[in-house]
Design a protein around this ligand. Structure first.
Ligand SMILES: Cc1ncc(COP(=O)(O)O)c(C=O)c1O
Length: 264
């Protein structure tokens, strides 16, 4: 028993990553300008937009930033509420951001099947009335996978179709949506077509050291980009990598007679 406990305590989660030599090599080989491609997207953003079959995407520092930006972008006018699984990362582990950043009420629901939200759960708890005493649901928030559990494509489709008929947005915390796709639950494009927005993480299962991406339609990403700026989320990742690469090569660069300024 003690041995088992020790073993489980020692199992690493996917939250921490160590860069592999191949990742570091990729940083060194990356092209170093900050040029933007079509539609004001970087090549990485363009690539993810194509992978997901959506119009646009926006690089963000973390999964938390992607989720919270999505809420802030969708939620424009109080009163407003977000309906979600009561075990969601956004509720339990994002420092109350839905309340502080978006000023929205959270409507937590424990799935009646104990596993994932169904359309029946949503219909039971969603607030659609315009009654002045109520706080209407403006966003249905799904998480896939949630603690390793896959939300099936078919159930996602049922919820999404219902939400669209009611004018309610669907955001997915897809930090580990890649895992659901890799497990054969459906294609990335099939899932992403059902969300108004989705956050995908390059960390966790994919193992990169930093970064997440928010995906959605053009107007949504345009507004999210504006809000990203307002919370200091605009940075120059390629310059950052350039600096790191330069510092690796550094000594010979900075100690020689050719004392060029450190790259910005
Ligand atoms: C499901 C889920 N969503 C979002 C996040 C937040 O990601 P980050 O740590 O990059 O902010 C995590 C982090 O573990 C997570 O597990």
């Amino acid at each position: 028993m003690l041995l088992l406990r020790t073993l489980f305590n020692d199992l690493p989660g996917d939250g921490g990553t160590t860069a592999t030599p191949a990742m570091l090599q990729a940083v060194i080989n990356a092209h170093l300008d900050d040029s933007w491609n079509e539609g004001g997207m970087t090549s990485l953003e363009l690539h993810v937009a194509q992978l997901t079959g959506r119009a646009c995407s926006l690089l963000v520092v973390s999964g938390t930033m992607g989720n919270q930006l999505a809420f802030r972008t969708h939620l424009t006018q109080p009163p407003m509420a977000v309906l979600l699984d009561s075990r969601s990362h956004t509720l339990e582990n994002e420092a109350g951001g839905i309340a502080t950043l978006s000023g929205a009420l959270v409507q937590p629901v424990m799935p009646s099947n104990g596993v994932y939200l169904t359309l029946e759960d949503i219909k039971k708890h969603i607030i659609l009335t315009e009654d002045q005493c109520s706080c209407p649901t403006r966003v249905i928030h799904l998480e896939n996978t949630l603690s390793g559990t896959i939300m099936p494509l078919e159930e996602t489709r049922r919820i999404s179709e219902f939400a669209r008929t009611k004018g309610v947005k669907v955001h997915c915390d897809g930090a580990r949506l890649w895992d659901a796709v890799a497990a054969g639950a459906g294609s990335l494009t099939d899932f992403c077509a059902l969300y108004d927005s989705v956050t995908l993480c390059f960390t966790k299962g994919l193992g990169a050291s930093v970064g997440s991406i928010l995906v959605g339609e053009k107007e949504f990403i345009k507004r999210a980009k504006w809000l990203r700026k307002s919370i200091g989320g605009v940075y120059a990742p390629t310059r950052y990598y350039r600096r790191r690469s330069a510092s690796r090569l550094g000594r010979s660069l900075w100690s020689g007679s050719d004392r060029r300024a450190e790259p910005a």
